[in-house]
Design a protein around this ligand. Sequence first.
Ligand code: FES
Length: 98
Amino acid sequence: MTFDGTPLSARPGQSVGAALTEHGIRAWRGTRGKGAPRGLFCGIGVCWDCLITVDGVPNQRACLVPAREGMDLSSTPPGLPLPPERPPGGGAAEGGRP
Ligand code: FES
């Protein structure tokens, strides 16, 4: 897989967030206000700190997306709109987000 054009490896079963962190990449987006760096925080899909663009699709949670061969990952610039707090059509909240 690649991250911002840099080739990276991942182990079978590893999440994107775990693979990035293992390579020393600790942040891949900035907060909307001050652009503070964000990466893994909860690691279980609750905090939304780990949003990343995967194969051109923004706002994917790196801690939940399984790493796979050929994946194109890119850091998310500050100010990119976040997904809705609740899934379209209702349903349970997926936790707070920054
Ligand atoms: S690290 Fe919290 S949702 Fe991914």
